[in-house]
Design a protein around this ligand. Sequence first.
Ligand SMILES: [Zn+2]
Length: 178
Amino acid sequence: MTKACRANWKYINGYVWRRMRIYSDVGIWTLIEDNKLAENLISNIIDQGWAVVEKPLKSDGFHLRSIKRIIINDKLGYYDRDITLFHELVHIFYGDKVKDEIVVEWIARKIRAHPQILRQAIRKFGLEEKIYDKPSYQAFSVYECNLDRQLEFDFAKGYFERFKVTIMDGMYSKVKKL
Ligand SMILES: [Zn+2]
């Protein structure tokens, strides 16, 4: 992963859309449009013996095909950890077919934003489940993930923060009474 990949979504999305005609030929929509394929990719990678190792690093992460390891910087926040994991999964899937780091990042962020795929990847690799945005809420809420439900609580913005509600071991627990 290079520095360019820490760019904001607007930049990454604009970059890819401007080059869509070139890149759609190499199948950059493949994993995005086929959730089952993305889920199977994760299962297959794990079946092949791939694992995630979190440790101190200078970069965000990388992967080593020879020993089937995805190495992730253990100091990353959870969103960055997750997009780094997906970035490396996209590299493993495409290999030399997609070398442009920004395009890899674009595919990675798109599939990370799908709750079922996110849930599968985090659980199968045995990583800590964390809620930090809408897809991760849908993936890891103790309420059953039913994607047809309304899940944005516009009437209760900041609810989790205000009431210090945290999610531990799949249970809601009040950590601190205000
Ligand atoms: Zn990369």
